[in-house]
Design a protein around this ligand. Structure first.
Ligand code: ADP
Ligand code: ADP
Ligand code: MG
Length: 453
């Protein structure tokens, strides 16, 4: 096993990885920006190296500085977390050239899933159902119009290099497509440095269901069941995730799991990854994309499988074999994660900054908090607004929902605005309690509360 690793990330995920390392007797090196000097991830690490100023591009996304930190720290491996360099093939490649192990899949596998068009091709080759639409980037407006006509409106235009809910645009008819095409291309070019777009049928009232994959470097791949992530904000970003998906028949679960394993095997995938699907109301499912990294919502899978995904990642990166096979995996109970963000629900979820003066986090049986925040910590303007993940587990979904409601009521934060009051109302909505959700649930909820207010 490694003796020392560097964590090329910040916030709760850096803390999460460091805790696993400590239990495994692996020394940890944090990187941090000047704005993050007081973050818990710096305090949890054995060593910490400042990589620059507060802005991401000056520090966590400053490739030369991060690589240099890895070099001078003497770390044998680097864990990238999520976001940042986690899906950047050139980062993994540079580390490899320096003789430092990237804790994740091979450069080839990252590249194969590197953009949405390539990923879709790989899925088709693996005989995995994909959303009807273009098989690669669409060249021009005329082709887009022809394709849209044949699959039917509404459609989505997706930037092949988009991510985190960015670069997706719904189009309802041909005149809108004519208006939007050039604009969407330019926007994609400006945001991601790549103007390529794919066209996809917009699946109505869908659920987002994804499969956790884990593979070793000896050709074994197993799936660890699904997560339901349909509770998303208006920008297609996940807010609440759960495992298992309450409405997935066992037959569909097995088919989706098998399809995800086929996709992973087709690209020689190793380490942790997620194959995302969109599922229509009839239960038919289609491949969306593969995220070649640890996912924000991985804890719900941990809570129902009893596995530690970060420890498995380290074991695999060190050359270890998967310690189980598919038949050993079973799901027990029900887990739910709520993303706690520093955002003001009364100001259209604008980011909120300031010093946290009170942080009374919930606890008790079946409650897990993954966070880098504490009373006295200052939330600055530089980073993603997510400041904590509240994860609950219960014997079944009703039990887990009750625990989540109770934990959210207990959660008492002052000094900054958070989405906690919004989450409390959301998980008390009858449709949420009954599990009757699709990706349009939050939109409808916001409309209802708007009308009520
Ligand atoms: P997950 O399913 O793990 O939540 P997301 O797609 O929401 O995955 O992304 C996880 C994190 O990475 C988020 O903090 C998001 O802001 C960031 N992220 C993902 N893709 C990009 C991208 N292309 N550009 C910038 N940030 C991204
Ligand atoms: P990202 O890289 O931003 O995560 P995804 O392709 O995974 O992009 O899509 C993000 C979200 O957008 C999905 O979870 C879903 O809510 C919505 N979405 C994506 N594709 C479709 C589709 N074809 N039909 C309906 N909704 C979709
Ligand atoms: Mg996605």
């Amino acid at each position: 096993m490694f003796k020392k690793i560097l964590i090329a990330n910040r916030g709760e995920i850096a803390c999460r990885v460091m805790r696993a390392c400590r239990e495994m007797d692996i020394k940890t090196v944090a990187i941090y920006s000047k704005a993050d000097a007081e973050s818990l991830h710096v305090k949890l690490a054995d060593e910490a190296i400042c990589v620059g100023e507060g802005g991401n591009s000056d520090s966590y996304l400053n490739l030369a500085n991060v690589l240099m930190a890895a070099e001078i720290s003497g770390a044998e491996a680097v864990h990238p977390g999520y976001g940042y360099f986690s899906e950047r093939a050139s980062f993994a490649e540079a580390l490899g050239a320096m003789g430092i192990k990237f804790i994740g899949p091979s450069v080839k596998a990252i590249e194969a899933m590197g953009d949405k068009a390539m990923a879709k091709k790989a899925a088709i080759q693996a005989k995995c159902p994909v959303v009807p639409g273009s098989e690669g980037p669409v060249d021009n407006e005329t082709d887009a119009l022809k394709l849209a006509e044949s699959i039917g409106y509404p459609i989505l235009l997706k930037a092949v290099a988009g991510g985190g809910g960015r670069g997706i645009r719904r189009v309802d008819d041909s005149s809108e497509l004519q208006r939007m095409w050039k604009l969407a291309q330019n926007e994609a070019q400006a945001s991601f440095g790549n103007g390529d777009l794919i066209v996809e049928k917009y699946v109505l009232e869908p659920r987002h269901v994804e499969i956790q994959i884990i593979g070793d470097e000896h050709g074994n791949v197993v799936h660890l069941g699904e997560r339901e992530c349909s509770v998303q904000n208006l920008r297609h970003q996940k807010i609440i995730e759960e495992a298992p998906c309450a409405v997935l028949p066992q037959k569909t679960r097995e088919a989706m799991g098998a399809a995800a394993v086929r996709v992973a095997k087709a690209v020689g995938y190793s380490n942790a990854g997620t194959v995302e699907f969109i599922m229509d109301p009839s239960g038919e499912f289609f491949f969306l994309e593969m995220n070649t990294r640890l996912q924000v919502e991985h804890p719900v899978t941990e809570e129902v499988t009893g596995l530690d995904l970060v420890k498995l990642q380290l074991h695999i990166a060190a050359g270890g074999k998967l310690p189980f096979s598919q038949k050993d995996i079973s799901l027990t109970g029900h887990a739910i994660e709520a993303r706690i963000t520093a955002q003001d629900p009364d100001k259209e979820f604008a980011p909120s900054t300031g010093t946290i003066t009170r942080w009374n986090a919930p606890g008790g049986r079946g409650v897990r908090m993954d966070t880098h925040a504490y009373a006295g910590f200052t939330i600055g303007p530089y980073y993603d607004p997510m400041i904590a993940k509240l994860i609950v587990v219960g014997k079944d979904r009703d039990d887990a929902v009750a625990r989540l409601q109770s934990a959210l009521h207990e959660f008492d934060v002052e000094g900054i605005m958070t989405n906690i009051p919004f989450l409390r109302r959301l998980v008390e909505h009858p449709d949420y309690i009954l599990g009757k959700v699709s990706t349009s649930f939050v939109g409808r909820f916001l409309q209802e509360t708007d009308n009520a207010g």
